[in-house]
Design a protein around this ligand. Structure first.
Ligand code: GDP
Ligand code: MG
Length: 166
């Protein structure tokens, strides 16, 4: 099995940490290649039975920046062309404004969107439950997976979910 995945989310939610966790020692960042193409390949995770190519989706990452229509168009095309989108958030009882901005851009996307609640090591079960409850109200996520990218908690489950969508 092989396919394409993109990790989106506000700055500091843990996107790089998650990528590094998945890749570990076998990290193969090719981000120094000139970005002449629309999508930047960030890394490729290769195992015996599957290969996952992680693509960057510029434009979605910076909700505060005023974006040209072209960037938004490209970003949305990427979202529609990959096999799964990982939308990373921090646990938050109230849906974060920046997250809402990203969610608005996901409205017409047909690709499965997996909500990844990162940094669960920093919050109580109650706050995690509220996060799941409130984010579920604003978008129909294909799956919701709580993880700690830093500690590696539940990241195998996330990988299973990714692979099942390839
Ligand atoms: P990015 O901007 O989305 O790429 O976020 P980074 O991967 O750079 O992470 C931002 C900060 O959050 C760093 O200080 C990370 O160490 C921290 N961080 C990432 N994942 C976790 C996690 O699961 N738990 C905790 N406690 N901190 C995390
Ligand atoms: Mg980063």
């Amino acid at each position: 099995k092989s396919g394409f995945v993109t990790i989106i989310g506000r700055p500091n939610v843990g996107k790089s940490t998650l990528l590094n966790h998945f890749l570990g020692e076998k990290i193969s960042i090719i981000s120094n290649k000139p970005q002449t193409t629309r999508n930047k390949i960030q890394a490729i995770l290769t195992r015996d039975t599957y290969q996952v190519v992680f693509l960057d989706t510029p434009g979605i990452h910076k909700p505060k920046t005023r974006l040209g229509e072209y960037m938004v168009k490209i970003a949305k095309e990427t979202l529609n062309e990959v096999d799964a989108v990982l939308f990373l958030i921090n646990p938050s009882e109230k849906v974060n404004e920046g997250d809402l901005h990203i969610i608005k851009q996901l409205e017409n996307v047909k690709t499965p969107i997996i909500l990844v609640i990162n940094k669960v090591d920093t919050v109580s079960k109650e706050i995690l439950a509220k996060t799941i409850e409130n984010y579920s109200k604003v978008f129909n996520f294909k799956e919701i997976v709580p993880i700690s990218a830093l500690k590696g908690d539940n990241t195998n489950r996330l990988l299973d979910v990714i692979i099942s969508n390839l």
